[in-house]
Ligand binder design. Structure first.
Ligand SMILES: Cc1cc2nc3c(=O)[nH]c(=O)nc-3n(C[C@H](O)[C@H](O)[C@H](O)COP(=O)(O)OP(=O)(O)OC[C@H]3O[C@@H](n4cnc5c(N)ncnc54)[C@H](O)[C@@H]3O)c2cc1C
Length: 386
């Protein structure tokens, strides 16, 4: 395990900082991993360029304990403060490159902004995806243009809605919306449908109106919400809102640089704990398979945060290790890095009350504590939650 050597402020110095965990992507998934990893005693760097899908939310749905009037940016800025509060460093930066640099069994990586490099024992890719966007005219996101069926279908119960697109997903989402309303149009905008013959038959057997004309214009209400689309054939149709279905562009560039396997949908392949095909590299959230929802992203982030802690933590040592290196001495514990110890005891949530401490842990032998990592044998035998 390594100790961080730099500060949280990075202004383009060519200094390489060293972390236990580097999380790339500061949406709900990566932030959850960062929170768990930091609170489990690891030195964590969060790299986020800003934006992302959560940042697009006008209001937040489906997140228990978070009221709907909370915007995506408010949600994220609270989370950014939270992780920093527990000692994670937040870098407002875009990671352009990632590579494994060790040649032994213990993975070690470098991630780079193009200007600065950071060494890390674990990399977490939480880079999300971008939605394919149709051409204008389009209403404002959250005010007639909606990107998340499970979040926003509830808004359109008993309303007039559109779905835009020509693929299988557009046709299916149009039929799914019939669970919420009896007024659904599927807009192909002058393009040829690409859905299958079976889907065409299915569509014909559902009360969905397919409109093939391209849009010519749009009307908005005074409050900014969509009121109607105008079509090239001169007709106007009123809608409360709808869903464009033009696919997802997964941000997998770093995963490819690290040789992580992708699935047929171009998402990063992971196991149930966010482990990719490459040792030491995790992936969480929308860039992996699964429902694209904040609670799901947060759950994946939490699981990866715990899994990587189980990789990195030092105790208990296995009997084989004890045979090899002897019993654990009093001076080798606690294993928590000095910076993390200082942050934890100064935190208002600390059981002993917030207190100051020096960076050194009295009696600890940092060499012994830092040089050790749990064995695969021990991790494989662990099936309790901690
Ligand atoms: C308009 C809209 C409304 C939604 N509403 C809801 C809702 O109400 N409830 C709900 O549960 N879900 C909602 N969702 C879905 C939800 O936003 C996503 O499922 C969730 O944000 C996924 O989290 P994530 O962390 O995987 O990705 P994101 O939130 O997309 O975050 C990814 C982050 O990674 C950063 N990044 C990418 N590459 C790099 C790099 N190389 N270096 C540094 N940073 C990088 C991006 O800039 C971004 O900040 C909505 C989605 C949209 C688009």
């Amino acid at each position: 395990m390594s100790n961080r050597t730099g500060s949280a402020e990075h202004t383009g110095d060519l200094v390489a900082d060293t972390y236990d965990v580097a999380v790339v992507g500061g949406g709900p998934a990566g932030l959850s991993t960062a929170l768990y990893a930091a609170r489990l005693g690891n030195d964590v760097a969060m790299f986020d360029r800003g934006g992302g899908r959560a940042a697009m939310m006008m209001d937040t749905h489906n997140v228990i304990g978070v009221t709907e009037d909370v915007s995506g940016n408010e949600f994220l800025s609270t989370a950014h403060e939270q992780i920093q509060h527990y000692g994670a460093d937040l870098h407002r930066a875009y990671i352009t490159d990632a590579a494994r640099i060790d040649d032994g069994d213990d993975p070690e990586f470098v991630v780079s902004t193009g200007e600065d490099e950071y060494r890390t024992d674990r990399v977490v890719l939480a880079t999300g995806f971008s939605d394919g966007r149709p051409d204008p005219p389009l209403p404002r996101t959250g005010r007639g243009l909606h990107w998340c069926l499970h979040c926003d279908a509830y808004m359109f119960v008993d309303e007039s809605v559109f779905v835009m697109g020509t693929g299988e997903s557009a046709a299916h989402v149009a039929m799914i919306l019939l669970n919420f309303t009896d007024d659904v149009d599927l807009l192909t905008r002058g393009d040829e449908p690409e859905w299958s013959d079976d889907t065409a038959k299915q569509l014909e057997a559902h009360p969905v109106t397919v409109i093939h004309d391209e849009l010519a214009g749009m009307k908005k209400r005074d409050d900014g919400w969509l009121e109607a689309f105008e079509f090239e054939d001169g007709t106007t149709r009123e809608y409360r809102g709808g869903f464009p279905m033009y696919g997802s562009n997964y941000n997998t560039g770093l995963a490819e640089q690290l040789n992580c396997e992708l699935n047929d949908n171009e998402q990063i392949d992971v196991d149930d704990h966010g482990r990719t095909s490459e040792d030491g590299v995790f992936a969480v959230g929308d860039v992996t398979p699964g429902h694209n929802q904040i609670p799901v992203a947060m759950g994946q982030g939490a699981k990866a945060g715990i899994a990587l802690h189980m990789d990195l933590r030092q105790f208990p040592r296995s009997l084989d290790e004890i045979d090899e290196t002897g019993a654990v001495s009093d001076t080798a514990v606690p294993a928590i890095a000095p910076d993390q110890l200082e942050t934890a005891v100064a935190h208002e949530g600390h059981a002993g009350g917030p207190r100051d401490t020096g960076t050194a842990i009295e009696g600890q032998d940092p060499t012994t504590a830092d040089d050790w990592t749990a064995t695969d044998e021990y991790q494989a035998g662990t099936d309790v939650c901690f």
